[in-house]
Design a protein around this ligand. Structure first.
Ligand code: SF4
Length: 440
C-alpha cells in the first residue's frame, strides 16, 4: 500500500474536498500517514482565494520539497483552488510538483498520482457524492457538509465563480444520505456550507430550497445543525423562521455583508444600503431574538473613502452583531474590482481595519456579556489550554462556530472525558471575544 500524507489548506469547503479525496484514495489501496517523512506521496490541497493563502500554499509545497533528498521516489501532488487557477504557471515555476489537479473533481487526484502533468475532467458531477466520506479531518464532534458547489453571483471582488464554476446544488436525497452517514459516524454537529447557501436548490428545483432541506436534516438526530455562508436575500427570513421551529438548528447565522456603504456595495455588484441592511437584521432578530449573527466585511475596496468607513462604523454600532470578521481587500487576477482605479494603500487598509476592529471589539464584548449568569449547553471539541499555569478545556456555545468564533474557558475536570456536551454556567467575558464558565 502506498503511504499518503495530505496537507489540507484553505476553507471548510476545501476541507470537505480533502476528505472526499482521502476516502477515494483509501478505497483504492492507499493508506494515510500523519508524518510527511513516512509518505510516498504528499498531497497539498491548496487555497487560491487571497494573496496570503496563495503564498501559504506555495510555501507549504516548498516545505516538503527537501524530503525528496532522502526519499527520491517521493511524489508531491498539488490540488485545489490554486492549481485550478494557475495550473500551468505552478507546474512550470515549481518543478518540485510532480503532478497537479484542480478542484473540479477530487477523484482525479488518483489519476494525477498515477499519471504525469495536469488532469482535468469535463464530466464532473456532484451527484456522485452521496455518503462516500469515511475520513473526517475536522475534529471530534462536528463535520462540514457541502450542499452545493460553485456560485451564480458575480461579486466584483470575487473569483470563486471562475474557479469553482456556476452553482450546482446537490439533490436533497444525496445530502440527507450523506448527513445520515455522518450521524452514524457519531457526528453531533453538522455544519452546512456552500458558496451561497441561500441560493441552495435554485438551479435544481427552480427556487431556494433550504427550507425544504432543513426539516429533513433536523429529523436525523444531530444535536446541532449550523448554517454558514448565507447571502443576504429575503429568503433568509424564511430560513430563520424554519430554524426557530427545530431545536437542533442552532440560533446562529453567518451572513457576510461585505460592506455597508451603498456606493461600495453597488460597485461590488451586490447592492443595498445601511438602512436596508439594518431593517433586514431587525427582521431577523424579530423572528428569532436569540439568534447570534456573524458577518464579514471587506475593507479597502477600490474607491473606498473615509466617509465609507464612517458609514460602515455607524452600521456596526447600529447592527450590534455578535461576531464580525474584517478582511483586507486585495486585487484578485480576473476580478472586476482589480480593473477599478482609486486603489486604497495597504497602510490605509491596515489603519481602517484596526479602527473598525476596535469598535467591533467593544460591541462583541457587550453582546457576549448578555450570556453571563446563564447556563448553556456547550460542545467539547477536545481542545485544552493553560491559563496562568492552570489547565482549561475550551468548549463552544451554540452561538459560536468552530475555528472562527469564540470559546468558553472551563477549568479542567476528569468528568470532561467521554462526554461531548456539558452544562456550563457562564461567569465572565474573557478578552472581549471568549467566555469563562464552570461546569454545573
Ligand atoms: S456570493 Fe460569495 S462566492 Fe459568490 S460571487 Fe459573491 S463573494 Fe463570491
Amino acid at each position: 500500500m502506498k503511504k499518503v500524507f495530505l496537507d489540507a489548506l484553505g476553507c471548510p469547503k476545501a476541507l470537505v474536498d480533502a476528505e472526499r479525496m482521502a476516502y477515494f484514495l483509501v478505497s483504492h489501496e492507499y493508506t494515510f500517514v500523519s508524518n510527511p517523512e513516512e509518505a510516498d506521496i504528499i498531497i497539498v490541497n491548496t487555497c487560491g482565494f487571497i494573496d496570503k493563502a496563495k503564498e501559504e500554499s506555495i510555501e507549504t509545497i516548498l516545505s516538503y520539497a527537501h524530503l525528496k533528498k532522502h526519499h527520491p521516489s517521493l511524489k508531491i501532488v498539488a490540488t485545489g483552488c490554486l492549481t485550478e487557477r494557475y495550473k500551468e504557471q505552478l507546474l512550470s515555476l515549481l518543478p518540485e510538483i510532480d503532478h497537479a489537479t484542480g478542484v473540479k473533481d477530487p477523484f482525479l487526484v488518483l489519476k494525477a498520482i498515477e499519471s504525469a502533468g495536469y488532469v482535468d475532467s469535463p464530466t464532473y458531477t456532484d451527484t456522485r457524492w452521496k455518503k462516500e466520506r469515511s475520513l473526517l479531518f475536522s475534529g471530534l464532534a462536528y463535520a462540514y457538509l457541502k450542499i452545493s458547489e460553485g456560485c451564480n453571483r458575480r461579486c466584483g471582488f470575487c473569483v470563486i465563480p471562475s474557479i469553482r464554476g456556476p452553482q450546482r446544488s446537490r439533490p436533497l436525497e444525496d445530502i440527507v444520505e450523506e448527513a445520515r452517514f455522518l450521524r452514524e459516524q457519531g457526528i453531533e454537529e453538522l455544519i452546512l456550507i456552500a458558496e451561497d447557501s441561500t441560493s441552495y436548490g435554485v438551479d435544481l428545483y427552480g427556487k431556494p430550497s433550504l427550507t425544504l432541506l432543513l426539516p429533513q436534516l433536523a429529523n436525523i438526530g444531530f444535536s446541532w445543525i449550523r448554517l454558514m455562508y448565507l447571502y443576504p436575500e429575503p429568503e433568509v427570513l424564511s430560513i430563520v423562521k424554519t430554524m426557530k421551529e427545530y431545536p437542533s438548528l442552532v440560533p446562529y447565522i453567518d451572513i457576510p455583508l461585505q460592506h455597508a456603504s451603498s456606493r461600495i456595495l453597488t460597485s461590488m455588484r451586490r447592492g443595498g444600503n445601511p438602512q436596508k441592511l439594518l431593517s433586514y437584521i431587525e427582521k431577523i432578530r424579530n423572528i428569532y431574538p436569540e439568534i447570534a449573527l456573524r458577518s464579514a466585511f471587506i475593507v479597502g475596496y477600490p474607491g473606498e473613502t473615509d466617509e465609507d468607513i464612517e458609514i460602515l462604523a455607524r452600521f456596526l454600532q447600529d447592527a450590534q452583531m455578535e461576531r464580525v470578521g474584517f478582511f483586507a481587500y486585495s486585487d484578485e487576477e480576473g476580478s472586476f474590482s482589480s480593473t477599478l482605479p482609486s486603489k486604497v494603500s495597504k497602510k490605509t487598509i491596515k489603519e481602517r481595519i484596526s479602527y473598525l476592529a476596535t469598535l467591533q471589539k467593544s460591541i462583541s464584548e457587550k453582546r457576549l456579556s448578555r450570556l453571563v449568569g446563564r447556563t448553556i449547553t456547550c460542545i467539547d471539541d477536545g481542545q485544552e489550554k493553560l491559563l496562568r499555569g492552570k489547565p482549561y478545556r475550551l468548549l463552544r456555545t451554540p452561538y459560536d462556530a468552530p475555528e472562527i468564533d469564540g470559546v468558553v474557558y472551563v477549568p479542567w475536570k476528569d468528568s470532561f472525558e467521554g462526554k461531548i456536551f456539558h452544562q456550563v454556567r457562564i461567569e465572565a467575558v474573557h478578552k472581549s471575544y471568549d467566555l469563562k464558565g464552570v461546569m454545573v
